[in-house]
Design a protein around this ligand. Structure first.
Ligand code: NAD
Length: 369
């Protein structure tokens, strides 16, 4: 179960499958997630313990952020790296990007004594891939960390000299996804008066609060950081909800923008929203939770479709191309919803099938693009 921890601590409820997978040997574990390969780096001098999981390079270099958190066990770190790497393949495929999927997980030590040594060592590790893996910021890393990594490898995006922080574009993508979801599910053409509950008002969540406020939505928010909550309440008139209660909040849209695996055995039957649509990666602890949402007539919008704006930003920066691709998230969400009605399949299964076909090469693009 989740308990409140520091922002640099792995905060997820433990999905059943982590327990199950812990019994597997490392090769079988990698095979469960369909990994191409796994890489490890240990450097006692700097304290670096890094995992790079490469899910697919079929469409191009594996592109994925670097997460730096304290994990309850090495097994949790490995599971996180592989699940996130697979998600990156799906995200890239669905957004029509010429990249594969990978992810780096750094097992954060109690204290990073010398950040320069730590991230330079990590940069040297990335450089050994010669471009087969490219990274960017993620939870627990900052643009300033990327600025250290780039001293040792050119295969890093989102440095301050490059595209920088992707959070605004991620939030713009989430906004488009929410607009599309309320159109197809609730037959509403604008957000005026729509009640959106946001879990987590960090980098993405705060931008999203502002964008939704500008679009006339009513807002409820929760965060374990009281200052962040107060800021949203003061600036945007958002209602503050206790972190443990946000899942239960009756609203039109629940927007998870904090944690992965937030839709799990403990929360699934408490959700009262009509739509779940947010930025957090891997919101479903297991696919079965998406099936249950569908049975409950809740539209779960697959996270990797919703939050592709950040990936688009690190590739195309502040450009017309970025704006066009983020606009296309609206059409993707409408398409998934319609296809799920046609196929009589839950939305996450419809989207996964399309993403898997693109990753495997049996399909070129998402139909509507
Ligand atoms: P962040 O760390 O800036 O913000 C997360 C916020 O969630 C923090 O304010 C934290 O205090 C809060 N939080 C943690 N536990 C909570 C809880 N139990 N209840 C309520 N709030 C809680 O991270 P971010 O960059 O805003 O990313 C948010 C999510 O979106 C992450 O899952 C990330 O993987 C995903 N994502 C982010 C981007 C991006 O561009 N930043 C892109 C794609 C996906």
């Amino acid at each position: 179960m989740y308990t409140a921890m520091s922002p640099n601590t792995f905060p997820y409820p433990v999905p059943r499958e982590i327990e199950d997978h812990s019994k597997l040997g490392i090769f079988d574990h990698a095979a469960v997630h369909g990994m191409e390969d796994l890489h490890f780096k240990v450097d006692p001098a700097s304290g670096l313990k890094a995992i790079i999981a490469i899910h697919s390079t079929r469409k191009g270099s594996a592109l994925g952020g670097t997460r730096c958190l304290q994990y309850p066990s090495e097994h949790h770190a490995l599971e996180d790296a592989m699940r996130l790497a697979k998600g990156m393949s799906y995200k890239s495929a669905y957004a029509g990007l010429p990249y594969g999927g990978g992810k780096a997980v750094l097992l954060r030590p109690e204290k990073i004594v010398d950040p320069d040594a730590y991230f330079e060592c990590y940069g040297e590790f990335i450089d050994t891939f010669n471009g087969r893996f490219i990274t960017a910021v993620d939870v627990g890393t900052k643009v300033s960390d990327m600025d250290i990594i780039v001293r040792k490898t050119k295969y890093v995006l989102s440095t301050s000299a490059d595209s920088g922080d992707p959070s605004l574009h991620t939030a713009l993508g989430v906004l488009n996804a929410i607009k599309a979801a309320i159109k197809v599910k609730l037959d509403r053409s604008d957000l005026e008066g729509t009640l959106v509950a946001i879990q987590g008002v960090g980098k993405v969540g705060l931008h999203l609060v502002r964008l939704l406020h500008e679009n006339g939505a009513k807002l409820a928010i929760s965060d374990i950081d009281q200052l962040a909550v107060q800021r949203c309440a003061d600036e945007f008139g958002a209602i503050a909800i206790a972190p443990k209660k946000i899942i239960d909040f009756k609203c039109d849209v629940l927007s998870p923008c904090a944690l992965g695996s937030i839709i799990n055995d403990q929360t699934i039957h408490r959700i009262k929203a009509k739509i779940v649509c947010g930025a957090a990666n891997n919101q479903l602890a297991e696919d079965v939770h998406g099936d249950i949402l569908s049975q409950k007539n809740i539209f779960y919008v697959p996270d990797y479709v919703v939050n592709a704006g950040g990936l688009i930003h690190v590739i195309y920066g502040n450009s017309i191309e970025t704006n066009q691709r983020i606009d296309a998230i609206y059409d993707s969400v409408c398409h998934i919803y319609q296809q799920s009605l046609t196929d009589k399949q839950p939305c996450h299964r419809v989207a996964n099938k399309i993403a898997e076909q693109i990753v495997s090469g049996s399909r070129q693009v998402v139909a509507h693009m």
